[in-house]
Every structure is written in structure tokens, then in C-alpha cells.
Design a protein around this ligand. Sequence first.
Ligand code: APR
Ligand code: PHB
Length: 390
Amino acid sequence: MKTQVCIIGGGPSGLMLSQLLHLKGIDTVVLERQSRAYVLGRIRAGVLEHGFAELMREAQCGERMDNEGEIHGGFHISNNGDMKRVDINKYSGGNSVVVYGQTELTRDLYEARDRMNGIVIHNVEDVKLHDLKAEKPHVTYRDGDDIIRIDCDYVIGADGFHGPSRKSIPSDVLKEYEKVYPFGWLGVLSRTKPVSDELIYAKHDRGFALCSLRSQVLSRYYIQVPLSDTVEDWSDDEFWTELRRRLPQEVADKLETGPSIEKSIAPLRSFVAEPMRYGNLFLAGDAAHIVPPTGARGLNSAASDIYYLYHAMLGHYLKGDDSGLEAYSQKALARVWKAQRFSWWMTSMLHTFPDNIEYDRRLQEIEMEYLFSSEAAMSSLAENYVGLPF
Ligand code: APR
Ligand code: PHB
């Protein structure tokens, strides 16, 4: 098989790039290890920054997002029960975010790929990247007993944190930065009316909690839990009781509860791999960087990678200009690190850290006080939350 751009990974990053390139006549093949049902069964976060929403529209798959997604111009931060609103619309110069589940977004991207007869091959095994430094790289995968070879100009590693792409970069070239937080988020999805129209990020001595939503009949809640906890340690009742404790009284009182339709624990991790290019391999999204979910930056850091790569590929194929490809790693990493900084800041301010000394706890309090007393601090939060420009 032959293609121009071989994309490894059929998550949001890989599908979005494939869709954008196809619309400009650039040929791609997407290789995905899992079945489509499996990919669409994964529950992921649900806040899209303005720039990502624009990219969905450019990819001609923004229709359902625009109809069903909710525009949010603010959210709330609660500090041990004392809740205040963050007006991101006002402090970001009129910007907002779209609340729309990443699972739905991935479904829209798959449907768009189907409409255009895009090639997405599922259930591929043993994906291997070859000759990345040569003029023409190739990728192989196993289908039953057959080894299939794909010749291409470029390989895109959009295969998430555990995929083979990043691991194909020699260890003396690749530098990895990692911070693992000493807690996770226990998340519950329930078919209940969301407790609040806008998200609530709740800092509490018992641990952080978040009230989010997917629609007016589907709620998503999280509580901070020790890394040693498992899903089995938490019955639905225990979850709701603990969530209530961490919310302001007036919110807890109106919390509608119900059976969980999904319950999982996600560890909190920050990770960056540099560089994001090796020869003709370009990394994008979770393959190159991970953020803790606190600042809702996960998908949004992937968005700028895709935007830069898309334009770099257009430069190469439509204008014979490789400057975008040359600049990719540096440009993408500059924005990635800013998203890391913001996610680290939100995470540090809002969580309970087991090893914090009294001094750290006072600083956390002051951080919050400063935020709500300074327009400059609010603007900094708002511009990062809606997404820094690409
Ligand atoms: N071969 C082919 N595909 C693979 C392989 C492999 N060996 N390993 C992993 N994959 C696939 C995964 O099954 C997954 O569908 O790559 C895809 C990567 O998708 P994501 O993990 O969703 O990563 P990405 O597309 O970059 O999306 C980033 O997802 O995890 C969130 O917070 C993150 O919101 C962000 C978004
Ligand atoms: C979610 O809805 O899953 C969600 C929202 C905001 C976050 C993280 C997760 O910061």
C-alpha cells in the first residue's frame, strides 16, 4: 500500500488530521489498534476550547457540536464551600469554551471520514515504523498472518501515550519530562440532571471535586482519590456522599444522584517528550504530551499540534515550502509547555497534596485569594482556559 501521510492512531488527533488533509487532496491512511466500537466506548473529557471548535468546523464536522454542544462563558471555583464565578467571557475578551463530549466528537470525526471514504484500518497489530531518517519511510502492521507494508512520505505518531511512535525515536535523541501526581480522579457518569449549568471546580480539605456535564440529562462528576484506591472501593452511594461533602452546601442540597453508567479512576500525570519530530516522523497529541485534566487542556494541546502539522503539510504539498515542517517541533512545544504550566497551576491550586506542609497550604489559600482580587490574575486564568492562540 502507498499513501502520502501514514497516521498511526485513530483518536481525535489522528482522525482530525486525516480529515483536514483529505479535504485538501492529500492522501492519508489511519492505522488504529482497536475496533471502532472500543474507541467510541472510551469516556473522555468534555471541554473544547474555541480554537479546537474552529478546527472541527474547518474539518466539516462541526455541525452536531454546534447544535448539541453548550457554549460556556464561565465556571465556578469553590473554596471549602465558598463559591465564586470566574467570568471567562469577560476576562478573555469575549471568548468561551464548548462543552461537548470528546467521545461524541470522535464519533463525528469517524462519520466524516466515512462520508469521504477515508481509509481507517482498525484492529491492526504490531505496528512498526521503519526508515524514519530515510527519504521514504514505511510502516508495517500485522493482519492475521500477513505483514502489510505502507510506503509513505511522512509518518504521524498520533497513537497516544502508550503507542509505538514515540518509542521509535532513539533514546539518545528523545528527552522525556514527567511528573506523576500522588492522587487520581474517580469519575462517574450518570443519567441525571447536572447540578449546575456551569462547571464547578471545588477545592476542599477532603480533596478536590469537579461537577461537569455532557448534556442537560447527562452529568459527569469527579473526586480526588488516593492512587491506592480502586473503583471497587467506591460504591455509587459512597461516591455521592463524598462528592456532596466537598461541594458548597447549596449545591450539595440539590445534587441529583443516580446509578453510575461509567466509573473509572484516572491517575494525574504531566508528560512532555522532546523533540516532536524525528526525521520523517511527527508526533502529535497524547503521543508527545499529557496533562492532568484540571485545566481541561488534554484535547486542546493536541489541537494546536494538528493545526501546525496541517499547515506544515499544506506548505509542503501545495507550495513546496518545508519551513512549517522544519519549525513544527519547536512551535508545537512552545504551546505545549504553556498548557503544561497552566494545568500544573490549576492542579496545584485546587488539590489536596498529602505531603504539603502548613506553609504550602497557606500559599494555596493566598493563590486563591489573589486570583479573586486581581483582574490581571483573572485574565491570565481566562486566556489560558479558553486556549492560548495557535
Ligand atoms: N497501533 C495503532 N494505534 C494505536 C496503537 C498502536 N500500536 N497504540 C495506540 N493506538 C491508538 C489508540 O487505540 C488510540 O485510539 O492511538 C489512539 C490515540 O488516541 P488518544 O489516546 O485519544 O490520543 P489523541 O488522539 O492524541 O487524543 C488526545 O485524548 O487522552 C485524551 O487527554 C487526551 O483529550 C486528549 C486526547
Ligand atoms: C469533563 O467534563 O470530563 C471535564 C471537564 C473539565 C475538566 C476535566 C474534565 O477540567
